[in-house]
Design a binder for this molecule. Structure first.
Ligand SMILES: *[C@@H]1O[C@H](CO)[C@@H](O)[C@H](O)[C@H]1NC(C)=O
Ligand SMILES: *[C@@H]1O[C@H](CO)[C@@H](O)[C@H](O)[C@H]1NC(C)=O
Ligand SMILES: *[C@@H]1O[C@H](CO)[C@@H](O)[C@H](O)[C@H]1NC(C)=O
Ligand SMILES: *[C@@H]1O[C@H](CO)[C@@H](O)[C@H](O)[C@H]1NC(C)=O
Ligand SMILES: *[C@@H]1O[C@H](CO)[C@@H](O)[C@H](O)[C@H]1NC(C)=O
Ligand SMILES: *[C@@H]1O[C@H](CO)[C@@H](O)[C@H](O)[C@H]1NC(C)=O
Length: 391
């Protein structure tokens, strides 16, 4: 489109009265050259990953393939309010509904979410802050949800740095309803720096959990695992693999736990992902509210998944012509404790590797468009110069 508009412009400049152009008008040959060269630089010629993204299994073998992706680099995102992949949550929960000592006020505030405690704009990622000061008996808390509500099987990865301030629950979870939920919940009051123990609560919410007043620790689908590092000191990748055969929980690619059985959600449940930081004063869970504002910082979220939306399956069938072709399935690079290289890798940074994906990526999109425009302009100038007899 852009290319056509630009070549179309060339004769117009000519007819605008410049002698050079009218002397030797654009030939068909020149236009074709231009088309070929511009296409070569436009990146539209090569396609990749059109059949999906493949995840490593517990044994390190690349196995499950997922058709869709959502990738967000919060550290590079100038303004979450414009990001169409995420919805910031704003609602109030009463004390009784929150099942705690206090209610919760999920609030949106750009100043709060994007500025650190000494007023600097946060560049590490998006911050979800639980405030120490109550508002009308509610603890101010924060949550962001994926806009898409069609996530089935997948591998979900979030890089986070947790708060060391006791009295909050940081949660990274897949959610369909209160009995179909896959959770990683970090209770900051459980972190013990003196003993160097940092537990994480891995939960499949279930009917059984619901029957126990949602205290999942009374059920079989609950595992308290210890993280192999201090999660408050640095960013680490927390990962949930929701596979047909089982659910695996990882931290920096080290297995924390696996779960399966009757409380695994149904693959037809259309879930979404939630990143949340909350407190309701319940001494049996979050504790708190925190004695000072508590920050959860999220650097990125990468989700590769199958969609429950038949339209997306249809789109996949349309673009995946040959699943055996070498470049048609892309391996998702692994972030381990020793090798963090892949933390900065996003398929969506490369338009060829995220074709027909819905991901919102303003920076990379703009960058690619600029590069194409620059090359096209250079080629046009060259051709125009050539046609005009400068060379
Ligand atoms: C995801 O969907 C694709 C296309 O329907 C299918 O080939 C693949 O096996 C599915 N992946 C899993 C893990 O079920
Ligand atoms: C939540 O409660 C606060 C304090 O009462 C109020 O200012 C705010 O408008 C409420 N938010 C919503 C979404 O109702
Ligand atoms: C969650 O969804 C499942 C499947 O549709 C349903 O059986 C269950 O009753 C739902 N749970 C709640 C709390 O609504
Ligand atoms: C769950 O995992 C256990 C242990 O790995 C295995 O014995 C069992 O067959 C699995 N159950 C299902 C329903 O996949
Ligand atoms: C580190 O990870 C990157 C990305 O997955 C990979 O290309 C590279 O080979 C790894 N380096 C080592 C030393 O394993
Ligand atoms: C994916 O491709 C299908 C078929 O060409 C099209 O209808 C759909 O709008 C595309 N979706 C996205 C997000 O690009």
């Amino acid at each position: 489109m852009m290319l056509l508009a630009m070549t179309g412009n060339a004769p117009k400049h000519g007819s605008a009265g410049s002698g050079f152009f009218t002397k030797r008008p654009f030939s068909l040959f020149h236009s074709l050259c231009l088309l070929v060269i511009a296409l070569a630089f436009s990146g539209q010629v090569l396609a990749d990953c059109e059949c999906g993204y493949q995840s490593d299994n517990l044994d390190g073998v690349y196995q499950n393939v997922f058709t869709d992706l959502i990738e967000t680099n919060f550290a590079r995102m100038p303004d979450i309010s414009t990001n169409t992949d995420w919805l910031r949550q704003e609602f109030n929960v009463t004390k009784s509904k929150a099942r705690g000592e206090y209610g919760e006020m999920f609030y949106i505030n750009d100043d709060v979410e994007y500025v650190d405690n000494i007023g600097n704009r946060a560049s590490d990622g998006v911050q979800l802050i639980v405030r120490q000061d109550l508002v009308d008996g509610m603890v101010p808390v924060a949550e962001i949800d994926t806009a898409r509500l069609d996530l089935s099987y997948g591998t979900f990865r979030a890089s986070m740095k947790l708060t060391a301030t006791p009295g909050t629950c940081a949660a990274f979870f897949w959610y369909f309803n209160d009995t179909q939920e896959i959770d990683m919940e970090f209770l900051s009051k459980e972190f013990d720096h003196s003993k160097n123990t940092y537990p994480v609560n891995l939960v499949l919410q279930s009917r059984a959990a619901a029957a126990h007043g949602y205290d999942a620790s009374q059920t079989d689908n609950f595992i308290k695992a210890n993280l192999p590092f201090d999660p408050t000191a640095d960013f680490h990748e927390y990962r949930i693999d929701y596979n047909p055969s089982e659910i695996l929980f990882y931290a920096d690619r080290e297995l924390l736990a696996k779960m399966n059985g009757s409380n695994v959600p149904s693959p037809t449940s259309h879930g979404h992902l939630i990143l949340s930081h909350w407190s309701n004063g319940n001494p049996k869970w979050s504790g708190g509210p925190p004695k000072q504002d508590a920050h959860l910082v999220i650097r990125y979220m990468k989700a590769y998944f199958n969609s429950t939306d038949p339209k997306r399956t249809q789109d996949w069938s349309g673009r995946c012509k040959n699943a055996k072709a070498q470049t048609s399935v892309c391996k998702i690079p692994v972030v381990t404790r020793e090798n963090q290289t892949a933390k900065d890798y996003f398929f969506s940074d490369y338009p060829d590797k995220a074709k027909n994906q819905t991901v919102y990526e303003p920076t990379s999109g703009a960058r690619t468009f600029e590069a194409v425009a620059r090359w096209t302009l250079m080629v046009i100038l060259f051709m125009v110069g050539f046609a005009g007899g400068f060379f």
